[in-house]
Design a protein around this ligand. Structure first.
Ligand code: HEC
Ligand code: HEC
Length: 215
């Protein structure tokens, strides 16, 4: 979807164009790039395939309705918004991995776009709004949930300084980071006698606002 023009980028372009040109330009871009409801919002049909191929379905039910693991679908549940999904996955990660390891299922790597696709599928395309996050609250959460104790320590060379990725964090990048770096993070927590932390959707929104402006 590299050719897709996202709404955010369009906002900037719109300011630079005259109104009459916009309509023509938008229609042209949409036709050329072949974008439907995908790009940053995710594609539900890809998500449906991923849900099976990554074996989520084997525990959460073939439609996410629940099985040996909790139901994921439903507007008030863990997929009520992207931040809610990211927060739910972070919060339940350690128990989920125990189940995944016990079932001898390889832990998948999930790219941010794939996380978006899974979200589009599980939310049925009717995802709700994320809570509004603020950077000041996010900094407090980042400290209270021990993130800062590893990520802001110059001495702790193997916990990356997240400021390097400011501006790139999203609910979907957090899902991806969880699956990609979570076991390394968990091992570090265990060795430092720290407990895995639980985050609410609001706290996830705040942390994202903080990380995206972190210097
Ligand atoms: C081997 C079984 C298993 C597999 C495979 C699995 N999960 Fe889970 N998942 C669980 C269990 C068990 C929990 C609940 C953990 C707990 O009680 O804290 C969970 C929790 C969750 C939650 C939080 C649910 C809530 O109520 O807040 C989400 C979201 C989730 N999983 C998504 C996924 C996705 C997406 C995949 C595929 C990439 C996946 N899971 C693969 C077992 C699994
Ligand atoms: C005990 C130390 C420790 C704690 C606590 C910790 N992390 Fe990490 N974190 C790490 C380490 C180590 C890695 C790299 C792991 C790897 O790549 O295997 C990492 C990786 C990450 C990444 C991926 C970075 C990248 O380059 O993509 C993100 C995002 C992240 N952590 C966010 C958080 C957040 C948010 C919290 C708090 C809720 C947190 N971490 C708490 C040690 C920690």
């Amino acid at each position: 979807m590299a050719g897709c023009i996202l709404k955010k980028d369009l906002g900037v372009q719109i300011e630079m164009m005259t109104r009459s040109l916009i309509v023509v330009a938008l229609a042209g871009f949409a036709a050329l790039s072949g974008c439907s409801n995908s790009g940053s919002r995710g594609a539900a049909n890809n998500g449906e395939k991923l849900f099976v191929s990554l074996q989520c379905a084997s525990c959460h039910g073939d439609k996410g309705q629940g099985g040996s693991a909790p139901a994921l679908v439903g507007s008030s549940g863990p997929v009520s918004s992207p931040d809610a999904m990211a927060a739910a996955m972070w919060s339940h990660a350690t128990k989920m991995w125990q189940a995944v390891d016990a079932a001898k299922i390889p832990r998948p790597q999930i790219a941010p776009e794939q996380a978006a696709d899974l979200y589009a599928y599980l939310s049925g395309g009717s995802g709700g709004k994320d809570p509004v996050g603020t950077a000041t609250s996010g900094q407090q959460v980042f400290e209270a949930k021990l993130c800062a104790s590893c990520h802001d320590q110059a001495s702790d060379a193997s916990a990356p300084n997240l400021a390097a990725k400011a501006g790139q964090f999203s609910a979907f990048s957090m899902v991806s980071a969880l699956w990609q770096h979570g076991s390394g993070m968990l091992a570090r927590m265990v060795s430092q006698n720290k407990e895995w932390q639980v985050l609410s959707a609001q706290e996830m929104a705040d942390v994202l606002a903080y990380l995206n402006t972190k210097k």
